[in-house]
Write a protein that binds this ligand. Sequence first.
Ligand code: ARG
Length: 455
Amino acid sequence: MMWGGRMKGKLDRRALEFSSSIALDIRLLPYDVLASIAWAEAIRKAGILSAGELRRMKGALRLIAREPIPSPAELAVYEDVHSFVESRLRDRIGDTADKLHTGRSRNDQVLTDVALYIRRSADRIVRELKNLSKVFLNLASKNKKVPMPGFTHLQPAQVVTLGAHFMAYAEMFLRDLGRIKLLLQPLDACPLGSGAIGGTTIPVDRDFLARRLGFPRPTASAMETIAGRDLASDFLYALTILMIHLSRFSEEVILWSNPYFGFVRLPDRFSTGSSLMPQKRNPDLSELTRGRAARAIADLTGILTLQKGLPLTYNRDLQEDKVYLFDLVDLVTATLRVHVRMVPRFKFNRKRLREACSVGYMEATDLAEYLAKKGVPFRQAHEIIGRLVARLERRRRKFRDLTLKDLQAFDPRFGPDVVALLNAEQSPWRKQTYGSVSPESVGRRVIRLRLTRIY
Ligand code: ARG
C-alpha cells in the first residue's frame, strides 16, 4: 500500500478486491512509466534526486516497461498500476524508489497516463478510420453510375446511386475525423504537477514536464485538472457518434442482404450460419455493430453520469472512467478493423439494384419539376403528377408504359422532351445541384477529397 502509515493493519482482502483497479489500468503501464521518467527528471531538477539516483531510477523504469505483465492473479495484490510500478521499482533499486513520489499524487499521475493513452488510441482509431474512409471513397467512385432506389421512411423516394450512398457515409466519417481532432484539443495541456489537489511545495518545472511528455503546455488550474474528466468524455462522445454512423450503415447492410432486397451478397468469410437452419446466411457482424452502438451510448452515458454529482476535486468514483473509456476504445477499434476488411468484399447485385428502381414511381419528382420548369406552379404540378401516379397504380402500369399522347391527354403542357424522363434509373444524371447524387457531383467530390489528402 502507498498509504500504510496512518492505518493499523492491512486493507481487508475483500476491500482490496473491491477497490483495486489494476485489472483494468495495467494497460496504462507504458504511460505510467513514461510519466514517471519525466517526473523523476523534474524532481531531480528540483533538487530531490541526485544525478546517480535519477540514472538508476530511469534505468529501472525502462526495464519495468519491458518486463512481461504478471498474471491477473499475481496482479491482484496491487491497488492500481501506479503502486505496481513503484513496487517493481523498489524491487530493483531499493529505498531510492521511495523518493519518486515526491510532490506527485496518483491523482495527477492517472490523468497524465490517461491523456497519453487517449493520444495513442486516438492515433490508432484515426488511422483505421482513414482506412475505412478510403474504402468508402473508392466504392463511391466505382459505383457513382450504379442506380439504386433511395428511401425516405424506408419507402421508395428518388433514385440515387450506390456511389452516392457510399459518399454519404464517407462524409460522415470525414466529420468524425474532424470531430476527434477538434475534441482532443484539450490534450494540449499536461496534468502532471497538479499534485493531489492544489499543486506542490516542491518547485517542479511544469513547462519542462509538459514539453518532456509532448504537450505544448501544462494545465492551468490544478483543482480543475484533478476533478475533471472532460477530455475522456469528449473523446467518448466523438467515438459514440462514429459508432452511431457505423450502426446506421450496418442497418442498411442487414436490409440490403435480405433476399427480398437482394442488393448485396455478404462475403462468406464475413457471414455466419445457423446451428439449426442449414440454408442460413446471417449478417451477424453488422448486427453486432448495431448492438455495440448501444454499448457505446451506454459508455458515454456512464462517464457523464459518473461526474455529475461530484464536488471538487478528486473522488474515487472517477476511477470508473476507465471502464467506459477502455471499453469504447476497444469496441471502436475492433469495429473499424472488421469493416475495413469486410466492406471491400461486398458483392453488389447491380442488376437487382437497377430493377428495384422501377418500383415505386420514383420518376414522379422529376416529372413535377419538369412541369414547374414549363411554368406550372409547383403545387399544381405536384397535384397533377400525384393524380397520374394514382391512375397508373390502379391500372398496374408504370410511367414508362405511357406514351407522349397519354401524357398530353392528361395535361397539355407535357412536351415531347418529357419522354426521356419516363425512366427512373436515369434520374441521378438529371440532378443539377452541388452535393446532389449525380455521378458528376459525386465524382467531383471524390476527386476533391482525394486531393485534400484528409483520407
Ligand atoms: N486508481 C485511481 C483512479 O484511477 C488512481 C488515483 C487514486 N487516487 C486516490 N486518491 N485514491 O482514479
